[in-house]
Design a binder for this molecule. Sequence first.
Ligand SMILES: Cc1ncc(COP(=O)(O)O)c(C=O)c1O
Length: 378
Amino acid sequence: MVDVPEYIRALKAYVAGKPINELAREKNLKKIVKLASNENPLGPSPKALLALENILEESHRYVDPSSHRLVQAIAKKYGKSQHEIVCGHGTDSILAYIVNAFTDHNDEVLTSEGTFIGIYVNVLKFGRKLVKVPLKDYGYDLDAIASVITEKTKLIYLANPNNPTGTMFSKAEFEKFMSHVPDSILVILDEAYTVYAEENSDYPNGFEYDYQNLIVTRTFSKAYGLAGLRVGFAIAPAAVIKEIYKVKLPFEPNYPAQIAAEAALDDDDFLRKTVDTNSKSLATLKTCFNRLGIKQIPTAANFIMILFPSEQFATAFNEQCLEHGLIVRHVKSFGIPEAIRINSGTEDETEFAVSVIEKVYQALSEKFGIENKKAVRT
Ligand SMILES: Cc1ncc(COP(=O)(O)O)c(C=O)c1O
C-alpha cells in the first residue's frame, strides 16, 4: 500500500444528503421529496437555462481562467474592481484555495463547532490545525471565538447565516468581533445564504465593509439554483485575491458554469420568487413543528434545524422519514447529533414533508415514551 499522510488517513470521504435516485433504487416508493441539501426547490434560474442553450459547441475550448465576463458582471453588480474578485467551483473550492494560500503547517484555523462541514474538511486535508469553539444556544459565540485567538491563528471562518443551525449574527456583533481581530488574521465570511437573510435590516452584508483582512464568499448553489454546475466567488482586497489566483486551478469554473452564473446574477424575478417560496414553506414547517411540540432554532436561511431529545431519536427520525420518501439531513456529522435539518420546498413538497413528519414524529414519540401534542390541523 502506498504511504498516505496521517492527516489524510484520519479523514472520512464526504457523505452528502441522500440522492433521490439512490433512495428510489433502495425502496419501492411512489413519491420521494428531497429537502436535505438546501437547494432551490424551484430549479435553476430560467435566465441561466436560456443562456446555457447552444453553448456546448464551445466545449472543445479551454475556458478563460479569469472568468472575465462573470467577474465583470459581479464587479458591476456590487460596485467592486475586477481585481477584488475570484470565481471557483463553488464556495467549497474557494475555501480550499484560501486555506492553501494563507496557511502553513504550524498555523491554526479558528472557527465554531456546529458549522459548515466544508471548512473542517478543507483545513484538515492540508494537515492544518482546526480550533473549534462551542456554539452558544446553537449560534456562533463570537466573543468566545475572539477570546481564543493566539499568535498561531492565521484564518478565522464564520458562516452567516450558519449552516446547519440557520442562526445569524448582527451587524453590531460582527463589527465588535472584527475590532478584536488583528489585521494579520484573514477572516472568511461565508455568505452562502445571503439572499434569504438580507431582508433583515440587522444583517451584516460583507460587501459593505472595507476591512483589509476580510474575504467574503458567495455561491450560486443555493438561491440561484445552480448547485450542480459548481460556481461561487469571493470578494476581498486585491492583494488577497492575487494570492488565491496562484493556487487556483486555472480552468475553473467550467464554461457552462461561468455562462449560467452570469445570466443568473441578474435574474431578479427568480430571486424574488425564490425568497417568497422560502418564506411560505418555512412558515408552514414552523407551524407544523409548533403544533407537534418539536423544538426549532430560529432561522435566517432556507432551512430550519429541529432538535430532538437524543441522538437515537434523531437517527430514528431520519431513517423513518426515508422509509416514507422524505429525505432530510441528520446533522450528526456537523457535530449536532440530536438535530435534523430540513430545507424549504415547493407548496406540494412542503405539504408532503408535513404529512410525513407528523406520522413519523407521533410514532417515535410513542416508541421513545415522549409526551406529544396531537397533530390536529388548524
Ligand atoms: C455555509 C455554506 N457554505 C458553502 C456551501 C457550499 O457551497 P458550494 O456549493 O458553492 O460549494 C454550503 C453548502 O451547503 C454552505 O452551507
